[in-house]
Design a protein around this ligand. Sequence first.
Ligand code: SF4
Length: 314
Amino acid sequence: MINRDFEAAYLGAHRAGLLPERIERAFALLESCTLCPRRCRVNRLKGELGTCRAGSMPEVSSYSPHFGEERPLVGLHGSGTIFLTNCNLRCSFCQNYSISHRGEGREVAFDRLAQMMMELQDLGCHNINFVTPTHYVPQILEALPGAIEQGLRIPLVYNSSGYDSVASLKLLDGIFDIYMPDFKFARSGPAQEYCEATDYPDVARSAIKEMHRQVGDLVLDERGIARRGLLVRHLVLPKGLAGTDEVMRFLAAEISPRTYINIMDQYFPCGDIPPRSSLGRRITGEEYEEALDLARAAGLTRLDNRERNRLVSY
Ligand code: SF4
């Protein structure tokens, strides 16, 4: 536990003059886009679009204090979420389908994105939570100095699908304090069937290792609010399709038994999921209890069980 005077990492990076070079390197990746593991090699700076459908400017679908995130992010005044438009993973069961697949949102200037961060901080939010940031890493970095100069001081949260390249994450080293990736699938069959990403399990493992290398286990301040570290989300799917057992064993053995994990029960069929498919139903209570048991059996000790609204530490 640390006191609330903890300084956000990007302030040190800004003082050290690191941001311009990171921004330049990040934008260079867009010329023949290899920002994420899709490696589409389109020139996003000239308007070409790859799998994510994102261009050269940031696009935002909404921003507001959010009270439905994990308790250490929400605290008393909410997590300052900025929902970015489009997605590089594009799960067929996405619960934000209109944003991720249909591109609902608006292009914003960099100074407007900085202003959004400031508005959220001024509302008392405990962090700036970029939702689906993978395909907008350069644009987020570009907006950041403007926000810092206006007085931004709360931690940044990188809230991604886990389909992130290590090279891209290294651009964020010493800038983001909190990483909150999903670990969606432990096996390539379902990852290919539902996301057209056969490499998802390997990519997510490497990405989560890099995130943990940068920020370590989740650290809370004296109010129980997250200041730095890794939180992992895992959405339990029907019929064990998420590979929950393997996910939990990987986290406990190769990341840390102190990994903060939110095991989510809210899957429901939506997006492109046909009603009679394997994902055509919600999970059962037994499937969810089994997922919790698998986490405990693997040796994980920090389970955020939102259904019961309590943090179980044991
Ligand atoms: S960020 Fe978008 S365009 Fe770039 S490699 Fe990923 S999916 Fe393709």
